[in-house]
Write a protein that binds this ligand. Structure first.
Ligand code: CAA
Length: 284
């Protein structure tokens, strides 16, 4: 089994910076790469805010937070990932861009390095097929907000080796998360169950059954969800929710996964949730 010492993270956005923070808090040196210094600065700012929050809630000490921050190095050069034992990618959900990245990493990293994708809507088997060593590609699906959510859904591509799967399950436990393995299928397990529920919440608003506030209140009070489906859609990003519904709809070719017309309209309007300042609720 490959011993994991250094972590590379590609993408400093919502998921990428959360992943970098989680590994750094667990004691791993992390190199976080994005295309621009501005994106890296935004990612580091988010990490600092999240760590400050954990300190104020007494989840970690101020000293541990400071040390975690110091473990994260940022770069705009993919070649700085050459010493990474595991590289987690959390870039755009575009199969061609992901394939290009995996091929670039193939040429840079050691032959035994593992490439983990945080994709939520692209086949991990398809991503693995773009590598010259597809057995070392696996899905490591984190949940938002990454520092707080316990699960990492591990997705085995058809090509993933047993050794790579065992290493990633062990690594997930080392960073204090719970690992559960799923086969590669549209939406894997969590999004296949969760995202159609969110879509139905949006349909309830679309059909005028209740306001967003009331749909959320009903699911919190009546089903004990920590957050209502519309607030959760805003947290995940409405474009991501739409992407996952489209993947389920097209993949299974089943009308039960039809994206809500209101979800599509919200995306067309650029109302993407927290990240755009407005979704079903306002964040300005
Ligand atoms: N780092 C980052 N974000 C943090 C944080 C930290 N340390 N602490 C809190 N948050 C975030 C929340 O998003 C929210 O933001 P604001 O207050 O700034 O508006 C807020 O902080 C809530 O703060 P609370 O102190 O009230 O947080 P809490 O401890 O009560 O729990 C929660 C918040 C864990 C998010 C809880 O509401 C929850 O579990 N919600 C459901 C989350 C969920 O289902 N996530 C999965 C989404 S699906 C996915 O991610 C996969 C995919 O592929 C789409």
């Amino acid at each position: 089994m490959v011993e994991t010492r250094k972590i590379g993270v590609v993408g400093a956005g919502t998921m990428g910076n959360g992943v970098a923070q989680t590994f750094a808090v667990a004691g791993f040196p992390v190199v976080m790469r994005d295309l621009t210094q501005a994106a890296l600065d935004r990612g580091m700012k988010t990490i600092k805010k999240s760590l400050d929050r954990m300190v104020s809630k007494e989840k970690i000490s101020a000293q541990d937070a400071e040390q975690a921050l110091a473990r994260i190095h940022t770069t705009t050069s993919t070649s700085d990932l050459k010493d990474s034992d595991v590289v987690v990618e959390a870039i755009l959900e575009d199969p061609e861009i992901k394939a290009k990245l995996i091929q670039e990493l193939d040429g840079i990293c050691r032959p035994d390095a593992i490439f983990a994708t945080n994709t939520s809507s692209i086949s991990v088997t398809r991503i693995a097929a773009s590598s010259s060593s597809p057995q070392r590609v696996i899905g490591m699906h984190f949940f938002n907000p990454v520092p707080l959510m316990q699960l990492v859904e591990i997705i085995r591509a058809l090509q993933t080796s047993d050794e790579v799967c065992e290493t990633i399950v062990k690594l997930t436990e080392t960073i204090g998360k719970k690992a559960r393995v799923s086969k590669d299928s549209y939406g894997f397990v969590v999004n296949r169950v969760l995202v159609p529920m969110i879509n139905e919440g949006i349909n309830c608003v679309y059909e005028g059954l209740a306001t967003p506030e009331d749909v959320d209140a009903m699911m919190k009070l009546g089903a004990n969800h920590p957050m209502g489906p519309l607030s959760l859609a805003d947290l995940i990003g409405l474009d991501i929710v739409l992407d996952i519904m489209q993947t389920l709809y097209n993949g299974f070719d089943d009308p039960k996964y039809r994206p809500s017309p209101l979800l599509k309209q919200m995306c067309d309007a650029g109302y993407l949730g927290r990240k755009s300042g407005r979704g079903f609720f306002s964040y300005e």
